[in-house]
Write a protein that binds this ligand. Structure first.
Ligand SMILES: Cc1ncc(COP(=O)(O)O)c(C=O)c1O
Length: 504
C-alpha cells in the first residue's frame, strides 16, 4: 500500500502521527498497546529532560529491587512489560541527553535521528547484506557520501558503519595491518602473525585507550606501540614522530602504522596532521586518524584549518553518537585503500546472497565492518544529516565550541579555579585550588578539592561533568557536544560549580 504522505514543506512531511495513523490499516492490537506504552514513556522522558536532575536518582540496590524479578514461567502482557520496564529503569536513568550533561563525550539525540532509529528498530533490517535490507544499504551509501564530504575526506574512500569509535579504530587498524604487512609480502589474513615481520605502531602518549585495545584485538600487542610524548599543546610533534619512525628503519622497510588524533579525549587537541602525514608517508608508514569527535570540526569552515591535511591520511575513525547527536550506537570508519579495508573485513559464505554476485553492484555492509548481522544504524545518520543540512552541522559544532569557550571564560573568573587546556574545540579542563591566594599550590590538597567539586556537582543534579587526571593532576572535564546546550545552560552550570566549590 502507498501511504499518502500529505503536506510536504521544505522537504519535510508535516502530517501529525494521528493523521498518518488514520490513513493506515489498523495496527494489530498487540503491537499497538506496547508501542503506545513506549511512545508515552519516551515522550514524557524527552519533555522532562531539560528540567530533570541530570544524575540518576536511584541507587544500584533500588534498581535491582525494581528490575530483578524471577523469570516468569508464563509470558506477560507486552504493554505491561514495557510499563514495568520503564517504571523500573526511569529513576536510574542518567539524563545524558540533557543540555546540561557534559560528561565523557556523549551527545544527545536529534529529533530526526531518534525518530529514524525508532523506524530502524521497527523495520528490523539486517544491515549486513544488501539482500536482507536494500534501503539500509543504500541509505548508508548516501549518508557516507555526505559524511566524507563534510569531513573533508576523499570521496573515493571506503567506509563502514560500526558501533562506535572503538570498532572504527579496530577496523581501520586491521586494514592498516593488512596493508603494511602486505607491502612486505606477508598476507596476514591467510598466515596470521606467527612469523610475520614485526609491526610497529607509533602512537601519542595521549592516545585514546581504544587504540591499545585495538592492538590487543589485532594480535599486535600493546608492546608494538612506540610511544611519542606530546608537546605542551597536547599535540604530537612531527619531528618526534619522524625520530620514532627513523628508529626502526635501519634494517630496511618496516611495517609501520602511525596513529594520530583529531580531538584528544581530555583537551580536544588536534595533532598536526599534514606534517605528520608527510613524515610518515616518507617513511612508508600508514597514517590513521582517530577523530571520534574531533573530525567533525572539519564540517565547520572556521575550524577546518585546524585539521589541514586530514585527507592525506590512510584511514579515519569517527562517531555519530558523539557530536552528530545520533542515538547509540553509531560510529564510522573510512579507508583510503578500499582493497586493504575489504581484504581485512570481507566475508563470503555459500548460503549468503552476496550483492556482488549480481549485476546491480549493490553494497554488502558486512564486507566493511567486523559485524556480520547488525542493525540498520545508517537510517538515523541519514536523518540527522538531512535534518541539519551542511549549515546545521557547522552550527552544531561551532555552537558547542562557543559554549566550551564560554565555560572556560566564566570558570576562569572564579577564584580558586584554573582552566588547564587551550580550548581549541569542545573540551574544557578545569582544576580547583584548596586555598585562595598565590602561594605555592598544595598538589595533593588541590587534587582532593577538585575531585570533591566534581562529586558535589554530580550530586547536585544541576549538571554533570566527569573527572580526569591531566598531566598528573586531577581535573574536572567538561565536554560540550549536545545540540540543545544554550548559553543559559552554561551559566547555570558554572553557577552550580561555583556553589559546589564554596560549599566545601
Ligand atoms: C578520541 C577517541 N577515540 C575513541 C573513542 C571511543 O569511542 P566509542 O566510545 O564510540 O567506542 C573515544 C571515546 O570517547 C574518543 O574520544
Amino acid at each position: 500500500m502507498t501511504v499518502n504522505r500529505g503536506r510536504v514543506r521544505l522537504g519535510r512531511v508535516t502530517d501529525d502521527a494521528e493523521e498518518l495513523r488514520q490513513r493506515l490499516p489498523p495496527v494489530p492490537s498487540a503491537w499497538d498497546a506496547a508501542l503506545d506504552a513506549a511512545d508515552g514513556h519516551a515522550r514524557a522522558y524527552l519533555a522532562g529532560l531539560p528540567a530533570r536532575p541530570v544524575s540518576a536518582h536511584a541507587t544500584v540496590d533500588e534498581l535491582r529491587r525494581a528490575l530483578s524479578v524471577p523469570l516468569p514461567d508464563e509470558g506477560a502482557d507486552p504493554a505491561e512489560v514495557v510499563h514495568d520496564l520503564a517504571d523500573g529503569a526511569e529513576p536510574g536513568l542518567v539524563a545524558t541527553g540533557s543540555p546540561r550533561y557534559f560528561g565523557f563525550v556523549i551527545g544527545g539525540a536529534l529529533p530526526a535521528a531518534l525518530a529514524a532509529d525508532w523506524l530502524a528498530a521497527t523495520w528490523d533490517q539486517n544491515a549486513g547484506l544488501y539482500a536482507c535490507g536494500p534501503p539500509a544499504a543504500v541509505v548508508e551509501e548516501v549518508a557516507a557520501r555526505w559524511v566524507l564530504d563534510l569531513l573533508g575526506l576523499p570521496a573515493s574512500a571506503s567506509f563502514g558503519f560500526v558501533t562506535g569509535g572503538q570498532m572504527a579504530n579496530f577496523t581501520a587498524l586491521a586494514a592498516a595491518r593488512r596493508a603494511v604487512l602486505g607491502r612486505l609480502g606477508w598476507d596476514v589474513e591467510a598466515r596470521g602473525l606467527a612469523g610475520a615481520p614485526p609491526v610497529r605502531v607509533v602512537v601519542s602518549d595521549l592516545r585514546h585507550a581504544t587504540i591499545d585495545r585495538s592492538l590487543r584485538y589485532l594480535g599486535l600487542g600493546t608492546d608494538a606501540a612506540a610511544v611519542v610524548p606530546t608537546g605542551p599543546d597536547a599535540r604530537l610533534p612531527p619531528a618526534a614522530v619522524a625520530d620514532a619512525l627513523d628508529d626502526g628503519s635501519s634494517g630496511g622497510p618496516t611495517a609501520t602504522i602511525v596513529c594520530t588524533q583529531a580531538g584528544e579525549v581530555n583537551s580536544g587537541s588536534i595533532d598536526p596532521l599534514a606534517e605528520i602525514c608527510e613524515v610518515a608517508h616518507a617513511a612508508g608508514a600508514w597514517v590513521h586518524v582517530d577523530g571520534a569527535f574531533g573530525l567533525w570540526a572539519s564540517a565547520s569552515p572556521s575550524l577546518r584549518p585546524a585539521l589541514a591535511g586530514v585527507e592525506q591520511a590512510d584511514s579515519w575513525a569517527t562517531d555519530f553518537h558523539k557530536w552528530l547527536n545520533v542515538p547509540y550506537d553509531s560510529g564510522f570508519v573510512a579507508c583510503a585503500n578500499p582493497d586493504a579495508h575489504r581484504g581485512a573485513m570481507g566475508v563470503h559464505a555459500a548460503y549468503l546472497m552476496h550483492a556482488d554476485d549480481d549485476s546491480a553492484a549493490a553494497r554488502d555492509e558486512m564486507d566493511w565492518t567486523p559485524e556480520f548481522s547488525r542493525r540498520g544504524r545508517g537510517f538515523a545518520v541519514y536523518a540527522a544529516l538531512r535534518s541539519l543540512g551542511r549549515r546545521g552541522v557547522a552550527d552544531l559544532v561551532e555552537g558547542c565550541c562557543a559554549r566550551a569557550r564560554q565555560f572556560a571564560e566564566r570558570l576562569g573568573r572564579i577564584d580558586r579555579a584554573e582552566v588547564l587546556n587551550d580550548v581549541v574545540l569542545d573540551q574544557v579542563l578545569v582544576r580547583f585550588r584548596a586555598a585562595a591566594g598565590s602561594g605555592d599550590p598544595d598538589r595533593a590538597a588541590d587534587d582532593a578539592v577538585t575531585r570533591r567539586v566534581v562529586a558535589a556537582v554530580q550530586a547536585s543534579g544541576e549538571c554533570w561533568m566527569s573527572g580526569t587526571t591531566w598531566r598528573g593532576r586531577a581535573a574536572m572535564r567538561i565536554s560540550v557536544v549536545n545540540w540543545q546546550t544554550t548559553e543559559a545552560d552554561v551559566d547555570r552550570s558554572v553557577a552550580a560549580v561555583q556553589r559546589a566549590l564554596v560549599s566545601l
